[in-house]
Design a binder for this molecule. Structure first.
Ligand code: GDP
Length: 361
């Protein structure tokens, strides 16, 4: 499954946040015997539709979609120079599908900042610079070979052009993602073979003081720093406390600091979105469940997420939109009102489809 790598300077609250993530582990709650690697935190994507579906179907349990966060230790200035830890750090980022930067905004004189001052802007620049330099090295290394190759193989010219364009952006001190060349877009396609870091989607977690959680002016300033990437604001210590509390007590604590939901829930939702994922739903007496698929997935691909045999033997899917199902109150009534559609193998799934697959075994 897709993963989001968590990076950040030392002492910004990564471990605190990651501990909260792992305590919140939905895998541990739902699959007590699953093996979970120590550096991976699995967080449920909050989905109020599951509770509604569970009512309609009398489902015993609810299984939300999940997002995997990987703790990538050890960004150090000079990581791009490829020494020891730096190499490992870059390799771990290369394996992630999105990059989540944790940025310190909280002011606490007892917690030393590596650069002696709390400045989100300069911290972001420090991390971006390492990633940009690493990409620049990759680009500078392959470009001469590509240019030579393209003199004979003309079909390689678009790759050369894309790499030259990427080089100019990186030399300008910008990530490719911020320049609109994001993984999954057409512009990033010719660069695929280079496995660059800064084409990955970025997202930012600002570890803020409690009063900053409700400071809209402050938050807008930070959002402007990182656009087009998304920004999530949370207090890592508060998240760690929340993870220890009952749902009721957690809600009370959240309300006392003017929040509707835990920051981790927001992070899971934004992370899911950043990875370009969506869900479809299944429900029955056993469970109401959200399944994860990439945006644009077809019905057989969606079936394959449940079981590869479902994809191989796919015949058709009965699809009811979540809204229609809730409005009619049951599958039988949705069918009676003509709201249940039979879809074939070319059907492109939509978020919130409630599905039952028919397949050969
Ligand atoms: P890491 O080096 O990025 O993993 O940072 P840690 O999670 O180890 O946190 C470094 C220090 O900052 C620890 O003493 C934490 O207790 C403290 N810390 C983490 N988050 C917060 C926060 O939101 N507010 C305050 N005041 N301190 C925090």
């Amino acid at each position: 499954s897709l993963t989001i790598g968590i990076v950040g300077l030392p002492n910004v609250g990564k471990s605190t946040l990651f501990n909260a993530l792992t305590k919140n582990d939905v895998l541990a709650a739902n699959y007590p015997f699953a093996t979970i690697e120590p550096n991976i935190g699995v967080v449920g994507v909050p989905d109020p539709r599951l509770a509604e579906l569970a009512k309609v179907f009398g489902s015993q349990r609810r299984l939300p979609a999940t997002v995997d966060f990987v703790d990538i230790a050890g960004i150090v200035r000079g990581a791009s120079e490829g020494e020891g830890l730096g190499n490992k750090f870059l390799a771990n980022i290369r394996e992630s599908d999105a990059i989540c930067q944790v940025i310190r905004a909280f002011k606490d004189e007892n917690v030393v900042h590596v650069d002696g001052k709390v400045s989100p802007k300069s911290d972001i620049e420090t991390i971006d610079t390492e990633l940009i330099l690493a990409d620049l090295q990759t680009v500078e290394k392959v470009l001469p070979r590509l240019q030579k190759e393209a003199r004979i193989k003309k079909h390689r010219l678009p790759v050369v052009k894309a790499v030259e364009e990427a080089k100019a952006i990186l030399e300008d001190g910008r990530t490719l993602f911020s320049a609109g060349i994001a993984q999954g877009t057409e512009r990033a396609e010719p660069l695929h073979e280079l496995h660059l870091l800064t084409v990955k989607p970025f997202l930012y977690v600002f570890n803020v003081d409690e009063d900053e959680l409700v400071d809209e002016v402050f938050k807008d300033e930070q959002r402007a720093l990182v656009a087009p990437a998304e920004a999530v604001f949370l207090n890592a210590k508060l998240e760690a406390d929340l993870a220890e509390l009952s749902e009721e007590d957690a809600l009370e604590l959240l309300q006392s600091v003017g929040q509707q939901e835990p920051g981790l829930a927001t992070l899971a939702r934004v992370g899911f979105e950043t990875l370009g994922l969506q869900t479809y739903l299944t429900a029955g007496p056993k469970e109401a469940r959200a399944w994860t698929i990439p945006k644009g997935a077809t019905a057989p691909e969606a079936a394959g997420v449940i079981h590869t045999d479902f994809q191989k033997g796919f015949i058709k899917a009965e699809v009811i939109s979540y809204d229609d199902l809730i409005a009619t109150g049951s599958i039988a009534e949705a069918r009676a009102q003509g709201k249940a559609r039979i879809e074939g193998k070319d059907y492109v799934m939509r978020d919130g489809d409630v599905v039952e697959f028919r397949f050969n075994v």
